[in-house]
Write a protein that binds this ligand. Structure first.
Ligand code: CAA
Length: 284
């Protein structure tokens, strides 16, 4: 099945990023966000990102206009009825995701594929809440979506080969390099990344080095674009904490155990860039 129209549920950082790269590739996007305020904020974020691309000479005004014309924002979920693929990128919590999928299952055409952008929750559990588990997979993009070249396509034991191939083809169509993975907590990237970030926090907690030296160590010693503490601030300390909880619950391995420092910072609201403070101060 060729994917021409894509519904995006949740218009935060990930949803808007996925909408932007897809619309740029000529896919028609219907972005669903129940609150008009969040919808407007998401559209403004895309506008700003495209304006920045024009400014940097990566895109011309005609392409910017065409990209924006491919995106329709809606506050009524029924508008997703004719989508070929629906990608969910709402809050990283199983209960609202399942509630949304149950609703979508009764609205969106039977042949459509459902995909979750979850970074660690069980795709199989979400698929089981619908009558189309064979047309259900994971499509995990990375932040910032317009820059990061990867998408993980996740196949459950129920996903059909046809749906999996269509999802992979969609990932390639929107300009990403596709890696395939089975449905397991953290998939490929977070399975390796999260223990590394947690270990960096443990090193800081143990007084091994300063935050700057830990970050410079990995940036300059290993060529990473960001050090692990900077990257945790970028992703969000609450997100890393949440993924750590899910992975620890599954694997019961100390690699995935959240260090007390991370827990204290999350409880204190020091969530990273989005909160103005994390391991570093962003208030200025
Ligand atoms: N949208 C579009 N373009 C963006 C952007 C955004 N939000 N942020 C940066 N860019 C572009 C810039 O325009 C710039 O492009 P040019 O080189 O063509 O000029 C380029 O990216 C570099 O940006 P900057 O010069 O502003 O800043 P930088 O060099 O410090 O790079 C960064 C910023 C791209 C974020 C870089 O630091 C980086 O790659 N960091 C690592 C990010 C990462 O690891 N992300 C994955 C997180 S894990 C995840 O998402 C999954 C999960 O489940 C937790």
């Amino acid at each position: 099945m060729e994917i021409k129209t894509v519904g995006i549920c949740g218009f935060g950082q990930m949803g808007t990023g996925i909408a932007e790269v897809s619309a740029k590739a000529g896919v028609e996007i219907i972005a669903y966000e129940p609150d008009q305020k969040f919808l407007d904020k998401g559209l403004a974020r895309i506008n700003k990102s495209l304006a920045r691309a024009v400014e940097k000479g990566k895109m011309d005004e005609t392409a910017k206009t065409a990209t924006l014309e491919n995106i329709t924002g809606v506050t009524d979920v029924n508008a997703l009825v004719d989508c070929d693929l629906v990608i969910e990128a709402i809050v990283e919590n199983l209960e609202p995701k399942i509630e949304l999928y149950e609703k979508l299952d009764g609205i969106v055409k039977k042949e459509a594929i459902f995909a979750s952008n979850t970074s660690s929750l069980s795709i199989t559990q979400m698929a089981a809440a619908t009558k189309r588990p064979e047309q259900f997979c994971g499509l995990h993009f990375f932040n910032p979506v317009p820059v990061m070249r990867l998408v993980e396509v996740i196949k459950t034991i129920s996903t059909s080969e046809a749906a999996f191939e269509a999802a992979k083809a969609f990932g390639e169509k929107v300009g990403k390099v596709v890696v395939s993975c089975k449905d397991t907590p953290g998939f490929i990237v977070n399975r390796l990344l999260v223990p590394y970030l947690l270990d960096a926090i443990r090193a800081l907690e143990a007084g091994v080095a300063t935050r700057e030296d830990i970050d410079n160590g990995m940036k300059l010693g290993c060529g990473h674009p960001m050090g692990p503490l900077e990257l945790t601030d970028f992703i969000g300390l609450d997100t890393i904490y949440y993924i750590g909880e899910i992975m620890y619950a599954e694997f019961k391995h100390g690699h995935y155990a959240n260090p007390p420092l991370l827990k204290s910072m999350v409880l204190a609201g020091k969530l990273g860039r989005k909160a103005g403070e994390g391991f570093y101060d962003y208030s200025k």
